[in-house]
Structure formats: C-alpha cells, structure tokens
Write a protein that binds this ligand. Structure first.
Ligand code: HEM
Length: 402
C-alpha cells in the first residue's frame, strides 16, 4: 500500500481508534513513505530517530502540514512561540530555565507529594466504587493526578484545577493532522483563555514571587530581558499543557493493557515485577504522543532511504517507531519483561521531553498504589478512546475496584 493510502486510512475513525495494524502495513513498504507534495511519513524506528535528532529539522504543528494558514490561530501560536517549536537562543534559554524544576533532587522531593495525591484520589475511587459500582478511571484518577502535580510545580492555586484542566484539554483539541472545524474553534478559544490566565499569573508572581517554577521563569525572563512577554506566556502555558495531557493519556492508555493482562497484574501484586518496567512498556506499547512533525531545513540522511531534500515535511510517527519489528521482537505484544531498549515516546534530540522522568515517576507511583489498594481491579465495560490520532488517549475507562 502506498503512503497516501496509508495516510488516508490513518485519519479515518477506525485508523484513529486503532492505528497499529495500519502502521504495521506501512512498515512492510519501508521505513519512510512518500505522501506527495513534499511530504513523507517516517514509520521505522531508525528513520524517526534520525529525523528527531537532526538539528536542521524544525518542529512545527501537525496541522500546518495540511493548512499553512493555521499558523495564525491562537492554539498554534501558543505552541509555536514555546520551547517545543522554538530553536536557537529562545529554545536554549527556556530549556535551561525550565530544567531547574526537573532535576533529580527536585523530582525526589516531589515523590512524597505525588504519593499523597495518589492516595487521596484512590480514597475517592474506593468510595465511588463501593459495592462494585463502576468507576471511570479517567475522570476519577488519570485526568486529575497530572493536573494536581503540574499545578503544584507551577504554583497554580488548588481551586483553579478544574478550570485549568478544561483549558488544557480544549487548547490541544486541534493538535491533529486533520482536526474538525469545531475542534479548531474550541482550541483557539481555550488557548486564548489559557494565555489570559497565565498572563494574570505572571503579573501576580512578578509582584509576589514564590518558590514555584512560574516565579523562577518570570524572574529569569525579566533578568535576561531579551525576549518579549508572549514568549514567557506561551512557555508557561506549554508547560501546563505538555505537562498534563500527555501524562493523563499515558495513565489512561496503560490501564486497559494491564487489566487485560491478568498475569502481569498478578506479577505486580506479588512483587515479581516492579511498576517502573510496566510503565515503560505501556509507554512504548501505546504512546500518548503518536506523531510529531518536522520541516527539514537541509538535505537529511535517514537509514535505508534516499536523502530527504531540504523543505521536506516529515510526519515522524513515534507510535509506529515504538512498534518497529526491526527493533522490538514481537512488537505488538505487551511484555514488560522484554529487554530494555530506549523508546521514542518522549521524543529525541533537541526537543527531548523535559518531563519524561516526572511522567515515569507519576506512572510508577500510581501503578504501585493502585495494585496495592485495588488488587482485584478489573475492567467494568468497554474503554472509549479519545478518537485522536496525534495525542492518543482515553476519554472513558470503567473499572470495578471492589
Ligand atoms: C507520558 C507523558 C509524556 C509524553 C508521552 C511526552 C512526550 C513528549 C514528546 C514526544 C516531546 C517531543 C516533541 C517533539 O519533539 O516534537 C516532548 C517534549 C516536551 N515535553 Fe513531554 N511528554 C510527557 C510528559 C511531560 C511532562 C510531565 C512535562 C512537564 C512537566 C513535559 C514537558 C515537555 C516539554 C517542556 C517539552 C519540550 C522540550 C523542548 O522542546 O526542548 N512532558 N514531550
């Protein structure tokens, strides 16, 4: 099947529901597939890795591949002025300033807090699930823990968590290759609200600094003085979005695998396997970021393919790379005991995820606590996916905890 036919299948509702058989079909045709009009789709691990590690590959929003006008939209501006799509001095400055929040020492300190948030949410789930009543794991747990954690890091007041959660979710609604018109509208509206919210937070922290990352970023920007305020605003907004939705989806994508693998759940319960490798395998098996996009500034070599000319737009399909049979044996098997090999779930190269370690810690603490607290947790109905291709997750996951 050629690249264009593969792409068409991926963006159908079935493709978004389960892209993995389509990726496998694509990999039979090669590691990179031409899509026409100066675009290609990289589906092999080595090809995706080479593109992401190429310093001359500029990160762009997936939507702009189909619609160059999209650059003007608020939801795009939020991302394009932020670290994830910036380069050179802005990127270096922002990355150094934000990295201070994700050092091993700071992450270690966060563990206690993540544990206490986790226990609190599980208490609530236990209450809701009394007598075997089904509980939605997404609404009760997955969608809440990462918001609580990133709010703590950024200094967002507890009472704003719900509002923040909605703005974060909606502002990323158009982060797709072909979003629906109404999703573009929803995303733009939410991005405007989120940027306004962040602007107020900046003003507050400028006058009353605190220990949080927002205060440290504001102080670093003001002391440096090279960048306009919208860069600061977008970067804080990006940390709130990238720091939560991806982790929400990671937790939501992990549980269906685990609950349909009773042997692994049992091994977790009796200590034959730790939570960390299970989280790692879940992140490989069904990664929350499936695709990221690059525009190549110079001719780029990728393994087992012709050099890609400057100007090529590359859909780097992380979800396919993580299931490349040339790298992982039996890639479609959920196997936390497999030999550990680096994944592309958190990207690679200059834009490698700043929060990868935090996400892994949240996943492991959550899983450990869930297994101890609900040793007989089971699916209580059909999970419902978010219907999204680029940011893959679940919107409903009924479980029985009692
Ligand atoms: C399972 C959870 C997560 C996944 C799957 C994930 C995935 C990714 C990926 C694939 C990228 C690179 C995108 C690209 O190259 O185009 C990225 C970048 C980034 N992530 Fe994450 N992420 C997760 C959690 C987090 C968390 C918890 C934070 C922060 C609290 C975070 C902050 C960032 C930032 C700031 C960048 C941009 C880094 C740069 O451009 O230098 N992420 N993430």
């Amino acid at each position: 099947m050629n690249g264009a036919a593969i792409f068409e299948q991926l963006v159908t509702s079935q493709g978004r529901k389960d892209p993995y058989p389509i990726y496998a079909e694509a990999q039979k045709s090669g590691t990179v597939l031409p899509l026409g009009a100066g675009m290609v789709m990289a589906v092999g691990y080595d090809a995706v890795s080479a593109v992401l590690r190429n310093p001359a590959a500029h990160a762009v929003n997936s939507r702009t591949v189909q619609d160059p006008e999209y650059v003007k939209h608020s939801a795009n501006l939020l991302l394009s002025s932020s670290i994830i799509q910036s380069e050179g001095v802005v990127h270096d400055f922002m990355r150094t300033a934000a990295a201070s929040a994700f050092t091993a020492v700071r992450l270690k300190k966060l563990r206690l807090l993540i544990t206490s948030y986790t226990e609190r949410l599980l208490d609530e789930m236990a209450e809701q699930g009394k007598g075997g009543a089904p509980v939605d794991f997404v609404a009760s747990f997955a969608a809440r823990l990462p918001i609580m954690v990133i709010s703590h890091i950024m200094g967002i007041p507890k009472e704003d968590a719900k509002h923040l959660s909605r703005m974060v979710h909606d502002s990323l609604a158009s982060w797709e290759i072909i979003p629906l018109k109404e999703h573009i509208h929803t995303a733009d509206k939410a991005a405007d609200q989120l940027l306004d919210y962040v602007q107020n937070l900046i003003v507050e922290r400028r006058t009353q600094p605190s220990e949080d990352l927002t205060s440290r970023l504001v102080a670093a920007f003001d002391a440096d003085g090279r960048f306009p305020e919208d860069v600061l605003r977008s970067n804080i907004a990006l940390l709130l979005t990238a720091g939560s939705l991806t982790t929400i989806d990671m937790l939501g994508n992990m549980m269906p695998q685990l609950l349909s693998s009773p042997d692994i759940f049992e091994k977790l319960r009796n200590g034959q396997i730790q939570a960390a490798p299970v989280v790692e395998e879940a992140a490989r098996f069904d990664s929350s970021v499936q695709i990221t996009v690059r525009t190549l500034r110079t001719e780029t070599r990728v393994p087992k393919y012709d050099p890609l000319p400057a100007g090529t737009q590359v859909l780097a399909v992380i979800g396919a790379a993580n299931r490349d049979p040339a790298r992982y044996s039996e890639p479609h098997r959920f196997d936390p005991f497999r030999k550990k090999r680096p994944l592309l779930t958190f990207g690679a190269g200059a834009h490698f995820c700043l929060g990868a370690q935090l996400a892994r810690i949240e996943g492991a603490i959550a899983l450990d606590a869930i297994v101890r607290r609900f040793p007989h947790m089971a699916l209580a109905g059909e999970p419902v996916g978010s219907g999204r291709l680029v940011l893959r997750g679940h919107q409903f996951l009924p479980v029985a905890v009692a």
